[in-house]
Design a protein around this ligand. Structure first.
Ligand code: EPU
Length: 430
């Protein structure tokens, strides 16, 4: 199952329900290691990164009971190891959260870091700086070994040199059971930061200020368990909104938090897409040609880097020339080569892409190179005349629940086709 065959050129009509947020789930599930009790987690997206985390936790001694498609119970009362499987941990970028969670609860952790990277250097120096300031010795290499010098971490004042989602969440996890109070300044403010804090607080932690620049975490003795529902996925919702922008049509996007979508909605509106908000839904309509605009990705509440490839695809079909500037990652335009195979006119110079809109794309064989690039190429295929074969869809399945089913429900002609085993490519990190 690793190719999508898309017959594009048709507008989308109907309804799509958004799943739980991937980047919240891949933090909250390892954060269950901090809890000396049973966590029931709801609105869990059914994606391969989540399944991989369940396996990692089970190997450490957790009991993971899948209750239904989107709910799971995780019992971390009898954890027997602080060294997650090297093979499993190296396959998922978010395995760095195992460091903060295990170090916070047990005072030590040895975790494989994912090798290589797919859109530039992805350092974890700010995570390590935070752990060290809280009293841990950290040895970095293919394996990161961290150990609290006197068995338990201590609260500290930590100023993040860069705004980092991962470092903010990892330090938050490490701090919830530390002795004393930790302050994180220049913290990231993404919705999943707030979601992790809400999850931990619902289990007994004392975290204040998540969603602002300064987060204060007062260490508590123990987290005890409870029930928590993950927020809807801002990027999944945005991806389907960009799909409607690119193909035309009208789709009701259900299960969203409209406030989280403003940074994306306002850009699409500038492009001429109509968006009507009601409760937890957004009605997205594109009936006229798209206008050009400029986009720069920034930490939240700026335009998200994880939506950059998808909006670039829509801009490549807009009237006029747009400038897209990637403000977070060094090398996130690798997909542009594939997009050009469909007829897009995009010139990339470092972190800037000049996108000259064309009237239409023509289908072609193309390959996904990471999760969001893969989603963007699906959108391109949906907008293209004729047939597009998209390979390496494992990347997409890491982070989008049932993308094919959801798109088919709004009239897309997309199907999954098997390709021979020896042509399959191992997914990398994301
Ligand atoms: N950075 C540092 N030092 C650090 C950490 C980060 O210099 O210690 C730099 C990075 O090199 C980058 C910037 O800070 O230039 C932001 O990185 P951040 O730490 O925020 O990214 P991340 O936590 O590794 C998460 C998401 C990414 C998303 C980014 C930015 C997860 C698992 N991943 O990565 O999501 O692009 O935040 O919003 O939450 C995706 O979902 O496709 C994806 C890649």
């Amino acid at each position: 199952m690793n190719q999508y065959v898309i017959r594009g050129g048709h507008p989308l009509f109907g309804e799509i329900t958004v799943s739980g947020a991937k980047n919240a789930a891949v933090a909250i599930i390892p954060a269950a290691l901090l809890v000396d009790g049973v966590c029931r987690i709801e609105n869990v997206p059914q994606i391969s990164d989540v399944t991989l985390f369940f396996s990692i936790l089970e190997e450490l001694g957790a009991k993971v009971r899948v209750l239904n498609r989107h709910a799971v119970e995780i019992d971390c009362r009898n954890i027997r190891s602080t060294t997650p499987s090297y093979e499993l941990a190296r396959r998922i970028r978010a395995s760095y959260y195992l460091l903060g969670a295990l170090l916070g609860r047990f005072g030590k952790a040895t975790v494989a870091m994912p090798g290589g990277c797919n859109f530039g250097v992805r350092p974890i120096d700010q995570h390590v700086k935070g752990f060290r300031l809280m009293g841990a010795d950290v040895i970095e290499g293919g394996l990161i070994q961290a150990e609290a010098r006197d068995g338990r971490l201590h609260g500290a004042n930590i100023y993040m040199d860069v705004v980092s989602v991962g470092a903010t969440m990892n330090v938050m996890m490490a701090a919830v059971l530390a002795e004393g109070t930790t302050t994180i300044d220049n913290a990231a403010k993404e919705p999943h930061i707030v979601d992790l804090a809400n999850f931990l607080n619902s289990m007994g932690a004392d975290i204040k200020g998540a969603g602002t620049d300064t987060i204060k975490i007062r260490g508590v003795e123990k987290l005890t368990g409870g029930t928590y529902g993950i927020i809807p996925d801002q990027i999944e919702a945005g991806t389907y909104m960009a799909a409607v922008a690119a193909t035309g049509g009208q789709v009701l996007i259900k299960n969203v938090i409209p406030k989280h979508m403003e940074c994306i909605s306002s850009k699409l509106q500038e492009m001429g897409v109509e968006i009507f908000e009601q409760d937890d839904t957004l009605l997205v309509r594109r009936s006229k040609p798209l206008h050009r605009t400029n986009v720069k990705t920034l930490p939240y509440p700026g335009f998200p880097t994880d939506m950059q490839p998808q909006i670039t695809v829509a801009l490549a079909l807009a009237e006029g020339t747009s400038i897209v500037t990637e403000g977070v990652w060094d090398n996130r335009f690798k997909y542009v080569g594939e997009l050009k195979r469909l007829g897009a006119k995009v010139q990339v110079d470092g972190k800037v892409a000049v996108v000259e809109g064309v009237d239409r794309f023509e289908g072609a064989p193309i390959q996904a190179c990471d999760l969001r690039a893969g989603a963007a190429l699906v959108i391109a295929g949906l907008a293209a005349n004729g047939e597009t074969h998209l390979g390496n869809i494992q990347y997409i399945e890491r982070g989008y629940e049932d993308m094919v089913g959801k798109l088919r429900a709004v009239g897309a002609d997309i199907q999954i086709v098997d390709v021979p085993e020896d042509e399959k490519v191992e997914p990398k990190i994301g």
